[in-house]
Structures are given as C-alpha cells and as structure tokens.
Write a protein that binds this ligand. Structure first.
Ligand code: ADP
Ligand code: MG
Length: 451
C-alpha cells in the first residue's frame, strides 16, 4: 500500500466514527507523509489542527493504521502547509494504478455548493426513507408550493445530506439556471452572518441568500442558540417563504426537540412537511451495498454482501466505509476472500462498537457495572445511584445503536425524549471535561460490546 492508500483507508474509517463537521474541520486537510521505522508521520496545515487531532484522534488513528500496517508503533504529528497545495482538485485514487475506488474531492459546484454525486438515482429508497424521498421528488415538481418548508431529520450517516442535495441537483438539471438553488451548512451560514456583521456587510449576505429560489440548509441543529444568526436566518427564511421560495432543512432531530430554537422558527418549521429518515432494514442495507458496488464498478460474492449487511448496523456511511475497506482488503490480499476472513476483518474494524448489542443488553451490562438491577435502571426513581447509569444507558443507545431519542425513551421506562436528550448531552459533556469519567465510559463500553 502507498502512503496515500493507507491514509485514505484510515480517513474512510475515521469518517464512520466522528461527525462530518468534525471530519471536515480537522481531518480533511491532513496527510500521511512518511512511514518508516515503526512511526507514521501525519501532516496538518496548522498548529491548532495538529494539537486538536493529536489529542482527540491520535489514539484512534494509531489503532486504525496499526490494523493496516502492523509495524507501526507510534505517530508523529507535524505542521506543514507545503503538502496541501493543489491537492484539492485532484481525485485521489484509493487503489494503486487501478483507481477504481475514488474519493471525489471538491467537485462541488461553486454557484450552488452542490456536490453532483448526490442524486436521486443513487439514492436507494426503502421503508426507512420513503416518505422523505417522496416529498423530495414532489418538491422538484412543485418548487415552493407543495411542501414548504421541507424539514428532514434523522441520525448521523442516514442520508439527509444526500437527499437534500439531490433535490438541488435535480432542480439544477431540470431547470438549468432558471431556478437558483443554494446549499449551505448551518455552520457556513453562521460564519457568513458573523463575518458580515463584523465587516458591516449585512446587505451582501441578505442579497446572497435572498436571491435564491431554493435554499437548502444542512444540519440546522447547529444554528440554535446563536442569537444573531438565528435572527438573520429567521428574516431570510421569512423573506424567502413569503416569495414562495422553497426552503429545505435537515436536522438530527425534529423541530420540537431543537432545544434553543426560537418558538416562531420552530412553528414555521412545523408548518411545512416534517419527515424522518430512520436506520434501514437488512434488505435495504443489502440494496445499498449492491448499488454502491455498481457505482464503484466492483463486485463481491453474495455471501460477503450478506455478511456486511448483517454486521454493519450503525449507519449508511459506516456501511459504505466498511464495504470499501473490504474491497481494499481483498485487493491487498490478492485472493478471493472467504467468509471467515471477512468476518474477522469487519469485527476488527467495528471493534468495540458492538454489532451484537441490543437495547436490553445495554441496560443489563450498564446495570451490572454499577451493581444495580436492570429494573432500577429503567425505574422512575430519581435516586442518585440510578441516574448516572440510566444516562449512560441513554448515551450508549445513541452512540452505539444510533437509536432516536424517542425510541430510547421508550426502552428506558417510557421516558420523554427531552429527558433523553438531556441525559445524552450530560454524559457527552462529562466525557469531554473529565478524563477519569471518560475512562469509566470506555470500560463500560467494552463490557457492553462483549454483550
Ligand atoms: P447524513 O447527512 O444523514 O449524516 P449522508 O447523506 O452524508 O448522511 O449519507 C452518508 C453516506 O451514505 C453518503 O455517502 C450517502 O451517499 C450514503 N447514503 C445515505 N443514504 C443512502 C441511500 N438511501 N442510498 C444510497 N446511499 C445512501
Ligand atoms: Mg449530513
């Protein structure tokens, strides 16, 4: 494997473990620049990124690289901007010479910010996304009039970005430049507004966003709580809405669960069509694998496809990531893979993120760790010794199983989703600020993964 191959494989795997925003922010401009004498050198474009990646992802990266090349014992992170010029435009082949699997970097259309790879035709439809898909296609035929705004929500890696960008691409193809679409992440929108306020260029921003026919905003959950941007977003939203322009929004949760969102904005969102995307069933996972293989111009045996569909249960991004890994693995072994080998390989990839975990196993294991009964864990009692284990169970149901807040609530004694969100954030916060708590969570996670 070349350095580039190793690094691409590593990135593919990291992608399945961290949020897209974090990935883009910290790792998109990274590079493996050297690998010798048991140490791997990774370059990052600035010191801030270096320190962040080193402390937050250092261990994970080492683990992944070790799996690919067992001679690696340590990683050195360096700062270097030299490595990052002109790289962006190229398609980086993942496999030496063959270049069958490619990661397409910035093919994004600068006018619309849309990535042409996200289309309806590459979007597999099943029960987990059929309502959202039906609405999305209807919108392209009734822009601004039928479902406005269109609000789609669901967990990480389930196809929200794909679907909402596909709407934009479809419109772009059908109406060329007559109907203007614009895609932004809510982070980008926030940055624009903050920049404009600082530079007294608010009018530019207003024009930029209000001058479109279809405004697509991804991951709106990040906008809440920033007063000025929310305000500006609301004005933009209203201005567009009143002109019958189409607004499309994605979020990781439904409007009513966006904690800091202003009421008027929330009710506007709810006034349109709200559709959820959930985790796909086995059949659909298999269909996605087959579809992806065609896209990649690759094939694997039905047995292996079945195995991947069985084992990968977190999200579609992970499904794709692992499929690519398996293909690369075969490439490196230069033999047809047998089931057992692949099974071990996937297990290693998924590692502690257990594939056999279920909500009740999580409850059982967490309760066991804290030496309480599973009944107490899900009981209504607010005793201190039950609260932490309960919240930890919430956390794992979200992290490992990717369940929705309402369904976690259901499993944990019919609790309200707001309680679950609170619990989940509480644990997340604690993990970030308290190293020994983090250690504890890792230990429990290990137990949970072993079932
Ligand atoms: P989200 O925005 O919900 O986090 P993405 O839209 O980024 O998820 O999807 C993650 C990956 O899975 C993308 O590569 C996307 O193309 C793929 N994907 C998601 N849903 C589907 C689907 N229904 N059919 C085919 N590919 C999908
Ligand atoms: Mg997304």
């Amino acid at each position: 494997m070349t350095l580039e191959n190793i690094w691409q494989s590593t990135l593919e795997e990291i992608k399945t473990k961290i949020s897209k925003a974090n990935f883009t922010t910290w790792l998109k401009n990274s590079k493996l620049v050297d690998l010798k004498d048991g140490s791997a050198t990774i370059a990052l474009p600035n010191n801030f990124a270096k320190e962040w990646v080193e402390s937050k992802y250092g261990k994970t990266i080492l683990g992944i690289i070790k799996n690919l090349d067992s001679s690696v014992k340590k990683i050195d992170f360096i700062v270097s901007s030299n490595f990052f010029q002109e790289n962006n435009k190229a398609k980086i082949p993942l496999i030496n010479n063959k270049a069958q699997i490619e990661i397409e970097l910035s093919k994004v259309d600068p006018e619309t910010n849309l990535n042409p790879k996200y289309t309806f035709s590459s979007f597999v439809v099943g029960s987990s996304n059929e309502l959202a898909f039906a609405a999305a296609t209807a919108i392209t035929k009734n822009i601004g009039t039928k479902y406005n705004p269109f609000f789609v929500y669901g967990g990480v890696g389930l196809g929200k970005t794909h679907l909402i960008q596909a709407i934009g691409n479809e419109i772009k193809n059908n109406f060329s430049n007559k109907v203007k679409s614009k895609y932004v992440t809510s982070e980008k929108f926030t940055n624009d507004v903050v920049w404009a306020m600082r530079n007294k260029r608010m009018d530019d921003i207003k024009k930029k966003y209000r001058d479109v026919d279809v405004l697509i905003i991804d991951d709106i959950q990040f906008i809440g709580g920033k007063e000025k941007t929310e305000e500006e977003f609301f004005h933009t939203f209203n201005a567009l809405y009143e002109l019958n322009k189409q607004i499309i929004i994605s979020s990781d949760r439904p409007p009513r669960l966006l904690p800091t969102l202003e009421e008027r904005l929330r009710s506007r969102f709810e006034g349109g069509l709200v559709a959820e995307i959930t985790f796909p069933e086995y059949e659909m996972r298999l269909a996605i694998i087959k579809n992806k293989l065609i896209e990649l111009n690759q094939s694997i045996s039905p047995e292996i496809a079945d195995l991947i569909a069985q084992k990968v249960r977190r999200n579609i991004r992970e499904l794709e990531g692992i499929l690519k890994q398996v293909i690369l693995y075969r490439e490196s072994k230069k033999i047809e893979l047998d089931k057992k080998l692949v099974e071990e390989f996937i297990d290693r990839l998924i590692k502690t993120e257990s594939i056999n975990t279920t909500p009740s196993k999580i409850i059982k294991n967490v309760a066991e760790f804290y030496s309480i009964s599973p009944e107490s864990l899900i009981s209504q009692s607010r005793k201190k010794e039950y609260v932490e284990p309960r919240q930890v169970a919430m956390y794992f149901m979200k992290e490992i199983l990717g369940m929705s807040y309402p369904s976690i609530g259901e499993k944990l004694g019919n609790r309200d989703h707001t309680t679950i969100i609170h619990g989940y954030y509480k644990i997340n916060q604690e993990i970030n600020k308290n190293a020994s708590f983090n250690q504890k969570i890792m230990t429990i996670k290990d137990l949970v993964s072993k079932g």
